[in-house]
Write a protein that binds this ligand. Structure first.
Ligand code: HEM
Ligand SMILES: CC(C)=CCC/C(C)=C/CC/C(C)=C/COP(=O)(O)OP(=O)(O)O
Length: 301
């Protein structure tokens, strides 16, 4: 009986540790990034995407993004342990040790890089490596603690996935791919600052200079509203250059109007819960926008 109990306990422990490693890769964030990678791949070519760069590209980029996320968990373990949203993460709770987290992140990153380098192309491998360094080291280890513009500058690393998808299937930079990067780049501030308003006190407690902490909630709300206007313009760019057609134009216009409306409400209606509503909406907005790009591409190309 005792032996059976111990086996059951071991099984539970193994399951928890498996989930902990998965949690460190920020799977939901990486999943949305992979959608933008896929859209970058599909829009780069008129016909079907070749299978090898498609599968190896998605897998390699997922592994390197997961590695970057695990390094973020490692570097931020002290402040994560002090904030209500993150105190239960595997590192602050001691469920995963520092050395195991580091080995996991390094191995995952190296495996992803190797996959991209040999089965996709060196350009995509190095660009993904630059995004990993941009997020894990430049944003997490430096910018986050240095300036309230941290997420604007660091946001470039998170905005790269559609370009990575594009280069994976063409081995070439193209201006059209950069338009998709610009869309995610302008989307990031309203996405994150809405959450930062809700979590302002926690960021202040751990001395992280997020915009609502350094410049106040009202200023941050104004910035969110202005960025949603900028994003609406950025969303028109694929249509203006002929990359996308009327289906995308209709979908993106509706989504932009809704985002601006939500940001307007946040600024002027001042009801509790509006900041988190804007944050949640931002995730659906980006997902639907990229699905619209994909649908439009196959309807019109
Ligand atoms: C510097 C850029 C970014 C910052 C600072 C940022 C910040 C955050 C934070 C703090 C959360 C956690 C919210 C929570 O725990 O409840 C979050 C969630 C999320 N972010 Fe971002 N984000 C950035 C870029 C991106 C990008 C580029 C994507 C996708 C293309 C993305 C997709 C998501 C998704 C899907 C979630 C929800 C995750 C979940 O529910 O577990 N984010 N973001
Ligand atoms: C290779 C490649 C494409 C890299 C991109 C990697 C990546 C997963 C970027 C995600 C951006 C993000 C969730 C930032 C939040 O970090 P935070 O530290 O502000 O948030 P937290 O407090 O929730 O950890």
């Amino acid at each position: 009986m005792a032996k059976l109990l111990s086996i059951a306990q071991d099984a539970t422990r193994t399951e928890i540790s498996w989930r902990d490693y998965l949690e460190m890769t920020k799977p939901k964030v990486v999943a949305l990034m992979l959608l933008t990678v896929l859209v970058g791949m599909c829009l780069a070519l008129p016909g079907a995407v070749p299978l090898q760069p498609l599968l190896a590209g998605l897998m390699g980029i997922a592994m390197m993004a997961g590695s970057a996320a695990a390094l973020n968990h490692l570097i931020d373990r002290r402040i994560d342990g002090l904030m209500a949203r993150t105190y239960n993460r595997p590192l602050p709770k001691g469920r995963v040790s520092v050395s195991r987290a580091l080995s996991f992140a390094v191995l995952l990153g190296l495996a992803g890089f190797t996959l991209l380098y040999w089965l996709v192309n060196p350009l995509t491998a190095w660009l993904t490596c630059a995004s990993l360094i941009g997020y894990a080291l430049i944003y997490t280890a430096y910018l986050k603690r240095a300036t309230p513009q941290n997420i604007v500058i660091g946001g470039l690393a998170g905005a790269m996935p559609p370009l990575l998808g594009w280069t994976a299937v063409t081995n070439d930079f193209h201006g059209h791919a950069w338009l998709l990067v610009i869309i995610i780049f302008t989307w990031t501030p309203p996405h994150f600052w809405a959450l930062a308003i809700h979590r302002q006190k926690e960021y202040a407690k751990v001395d992280i200079p997020m915009l609502p902490v350094t410049h106040g909630v009202e200023f941050t709300k104004t910035c969110i509203l202005l960025y949603t206007l900028l994003l609406a313009i950025a969303c028109l760019l694929p249509v203006l250059v002929g990359l996308s057609g009327p289906v995308y134009l209709l979908a993106s216009t509706i989504l932009s109007c809704l985002f601006i409306y939500k940001a307007w409400q946040l600024k002027f209606a001042d009801r509790p819960g509006l900041a988190m509503a804007v944050f949640r909406f931002s995730i659906y907005q980006l997902m639907l926008l990229f699905i619209a790009l994909l649908v439009d591409h196959y309807l019109w190309s």
